[in-house]
Design a protein. Structure first.
Length: 448
């Protein structure tokens, strides 16, 4: 008698285990019928972006790439890339970078993608640093890199003003010759161009610089005395001195502190005085050689330190002395005074961008210590000092696009000057070059 076996799950599994090889199906990792190989995955790029730097002032950007299944390299520069990690890029011109992601184990070709990095502005910060002997070394920082300027003779100098035209960079200043006389002039692309003192003068100074229509204008003053305070205002045009007449009410002394050229007209701002000690200064400017006086609200003394022509209006920044002899900062707009509530201060630099008026200088804190600041349309913007400094001021301010650049001096408790500038109220330190001692300062700023 045949006994029928009941099909249980276990018996069914045993049956299938023997049946599958008999039918020629593969089980597990291989079979007598052949084998397959695992292919290496193809490299791929998920994203590639250029991220603007936190401070556009340094001309630096970051490239961030996200990729997989390979090794990444950026060209030009053969820069190794890690997926998801930023690569710092510093460039003076717009540059297109190519990311190549390759996998030698894969038969697939490398993955490629490009991104363009914009150079951003070029920032020139001119001034000086001190060498090991305490002498001033003139020069400027270009995007944070020091460019030293060599005087014809002597070992002491500084840059006071900057200008640019095309690819040419002009840096005006002075140096001490072997007789310890200060010699005015400017460097054009690093080559010194001396500015002779006018006839009868024994010394002269450059205070400002402008390049327009192929002409070089250098504002300043000259004096027939080596020690006296009396000076005569004027400017050099392509190296030739053009003296400016003093107004009858202040016909003894005067200086040009700032100069600009607009629409073919030459504006030179400063002051004049009838006093041999230059007390009771009259503020004003010369337009094409003619004096334009600016009213002082309390008639105790005033001067113009910065001049801008914008939208057909003339803006002149400086200060007025109140009845107590304390300076009140502000500016004139077409002759109308706009003072700020900050006694004991002055406007050292003025700029106009669109309808906004920027006036830079300093404030005095509760300890009567000057601290850097600027006013935008009359509202004050305080600037933080670097950690090692306890005092400072702004000497020059430049709006550029959506950024505001400001430079000047920051002083430590020991009297050392700390070089640097602010971008949107953030401090950008500038390194002292090799051989410099403890001090350096920025006197002029140019953003291109």
């Amino acid at each position: 008698m045949a006994i029928a076996l009941k099909e249980t799950p276990m018996r069914k599994a045993i049956h299938l285990l023997f049946l599958i090889p008999a039918l020629g199906f593969q089980s597990g990792c291989g079979s007598a019928g052949g084998s397959t190989e695992t292919q290496a995955p193809s490299p791929s790029i998920i994203s590639l972006v250029a991220v603007p730097a936190l401070s556009s002032a340094m001309g630096t950007a970051q490239i961030v790439a996200v990729f997989r299944n390979g090794t990444g390299v950026l060209t030009p520069g053969d820069l190794a890339v890690t997926s998801g990690a930023a690569v710092a890029i510093t460039t003076d011109v717009d540059t297109t970078y190519t990311l190549t992601v390759s996998n030698p184990a894969s038969a697939a070709p490398p993955a490629l993608r490009t991104v363009t990095v914009s150079a951003g502005p070029t920032v020139y910060a001119a001034g000086f640093n001190s060498d090991g002997s305490g002498n001033g070394v003139p020069g400027y920082w270009k995007n944070g890199m020091w460019v030293g300027l060599t005087p014809p003779s002597g070992v002491n100098g500084l840059v006071i003003a900057l200008a640019a035209s095309g690819t040419d960079v002009y840096a005006a200043g002075a140096y001490l010759d072997p007789s310890r006389s200060l010699v005015p002039g400017y460097w054009k692309n690093g080559t010194w161009v001396g500015l002779p003192a006018p006839a009868g003068a024994v010394r002269a100074r450059v205070t400002s610089l402008a390049v327009s229509g192929g002409n070089v204008y250098a504002g300043g003053w000259s004096s027939a005395s080596r020690t006296g305070l009396v000076s005569l205002p004027g400017y050099w045009l392509n190296g030739n001195w053009a003296g400016l007449p003093l107004p009858p009410a202040a016909a003894l002394s005067g200086q040009v502190n700032c100069l600009t050229v607009s629409g073919g007209d030459v504006y030179a701002g400063g002051w004049s005085s009838a006093d041999p000690d230059n007390r009771g200064k009259l503020a004003g400017y010369w337009k094409n050689g003619g004096w334009v006086g600016l009213p002082a609200p309390e008639a105790s003394g005033a001067l113009v330190a910065s001049l801008v022509v914008s939208g057909g209006k003339v803006f002149a920044g400086g200060y007025n002395l109140n009845a107590s002899g304390i300076s009140v900062p502000g500016y004139w707009a077409d002759g109308t005074w706009n003072g700020f509530a900050a006694a004991g201060s002055t406007v050292t630099s003025l700029a106009v961008s669109g309808s906004d008026v920027y006036a830079a200088g300093y404030l005095e804190n509760s300890s009567l210590v000057p601290v850097p600041a600027y006013w935008k349309d009359g509202s004050v913007v305080n600037l933080p000092l670097p950690p090692e400094a306890g005092a400072g001021n702004v000497d020059v301010l430049v709006p550029a696009g959506n950024d505001v650049y400001a430079a000047g001096s920051a002083t430590t408790g020991s009297g050392a000057l700390v070089p640097g500038y602010w971008v949107n109220a953030a401090w950008v330190a500038l390194p002292l070059p090799p051989g410099a001692s403890f001090s350096g300062a920025v006197t002029s700023l140019l953003v291109q």
